[in-house]
Design a protein around this ligand. Structure first.
Ligand code: IPE
Ligand code: IPE
Ligand code: MG
Length: 255
C-alpha cells in the first residue's frame, strides 16, 4: 500500500493477520427502523445512533486505522419531515459541543466533507471551528460527511476546474484523475478501502462515488444503533478475506 501522500502510519498487520484498511467509510443506516421496531419514535433511534458513533470512533482509533468517514447527513436527507431534520441538526450540534474536547484529547483530527455553501450557518461554524482546533492532530482523521452528496461534489469539482480552464490557469488536457481527486472535498485523504453499510440495505445512496471506485463493500445486517466492536470486527475480517485485484490478475494487499 505504498502511496506518497499517506498522512498516517499504516499498521502492518491486524491481530488476526492481513492488512488493515487505511480508511473505513460507514453509511450509518437504520436508526429509524431500530426505533420503530421497539415502538419508539425515530428520534430515539437517532439518539442511540450517537452512542454507536462514540463507540466506533473510539474503537477505530484504538485499532490504529488512520481514517474513518461517517455519513451523518446526506444532501438528500433534507427531504425528510422538518421535525426529523431539526432533530438531526440538534444532535450534530450537541455531538460537536459535547465530544470535541474528548476527541481533541485523543488526538483526533476532524475533517468535514459536504456542501458548505448550503449548510446552516451555526452548524458550519461549529464544524469549521472543530476542524481548526483539531487540524494538527495526528492519530485518527475523523471525516464527517454532512450535507454530502457525491454527485454534487463531482459537479462542483468539474465546475471549479472548468473555471480554471476558462481563466487560462490550466489547460483542459491537464485535467486527469489525480488533479480531479485533488479538487474533491476529500483532497489529500486516502480512498476508502472498506465501505460498511448497516441495516441490510445494499446501495450506495450517493456516497463517495468517486472515492469508492475500488473499495470493498460490507453490508452489516444490524441497524446502526446496534453496531458495535464485534460487528466492526466481523466487517474487518470479511475485508481481510477479500482478494483485491484492482483490475490486475495477481492478488496484492491494499491499494
Ligand atoms: C440513518 O438512519 C440516519 C440518517 C440517514 C440521518 P435512518 O434515519 O435512515 O434510518 P432508517 O433507514 O429510516 O431506518
Ligand atoms: C444514507 O441513508 C444517508 C446517511 C446514512 C446519512 P439514507 O437512509 O438516507 O439512504 P436511502 O434513502 O435509504 O437510500
Ligand atoms: Mg435510512
Amino acid at each position: 500500500m505504498a502511496s506518497p501522500e499517506v498522512t498516517h502510519e499504516q499498521p502492518a498487520l491486524a491481530a488476526e493477520g492481513g492488512a488493515l484498511p487505511r480508511h473505513v467509510a460507514i453509511i450509518m443506516d437504520g436508526n429509524g427502523r431500530w426505533a420503530t421496531m421497539r415502538g419508539l419514535s425515530r428520534t430515539e433511534g437517532h439518539k442511540m445512533g450517537v452512542e454507536a458513533v462514540r463507540r466506533i470512533v473510539r474503537y477505530v482509533g484504538d485499532l490504529g486505522i488512520g481514517t474513518l468517514t461517517l455519513f451523518s447527513f446526506s444532501a438528500e436527507n433534507w427531504r425528510r419531515p422538518p421535525d426529523e431534520v431539526r432533530y438531526l441538526m440538534g444532535l450534530l450540534k450537541l455531538f460537536i459541543r459535547r465530544d470535541l474536547a474528548d476527541l481533541h484529547a485523543r488526538n483526533v483530527c476532524i475533517r468535514v466533507v459536504g456542501d458548505r455553501s448550503s449548510m446552516p450557518a451555526d452548524i458550519l461554524k461549529l464544524l469549521e471551528d472543530a476542524e481548526v482546533v483539531t487540524q494538527a492532530n495526528t492519530s485518527l482523521t475523523l471525516v464527517i460527511a454532512f450535507n454530502y452528496g457525491a454527485r454534487q461534489e463531482i459537479v462542483q469539482t468539474a465546475r471549479r476546474l472548468a473555471a480554471r480552464v476558462a481563466a487560462g490557469e490550466i489547460h483542459a488536457n491537464d485535467i486527469d484523475a489525480e488533479l480531479f481527486a485533488r479538487n474533491l472535498d476529500t483532497a489529500g485523504l486516502p480512498d476508502p478501502d472498506l465501505v460498511i453499510r448497516t441495516s441490510g440495505e445494499m446501495r450506495i445512496s450517493n456516497f463517495l462515488l468517486w472515492q469508492a471506485a475500488y473499495a470493498e463493500f460490507v453490508f452489516a445486517p444490524v441497524c446502526w444503533p446496534d453496531f458495535d466492536e464485534a460487528e466492526f470486527d466481523r466487517a474487518l475480517n470479511e475485508f481481510k478475506r477479500r482478494d483485491r485485484r484492482f483490475g490486475g490478475l495477481v492478488a496484492r494487499a491494499g491499494g
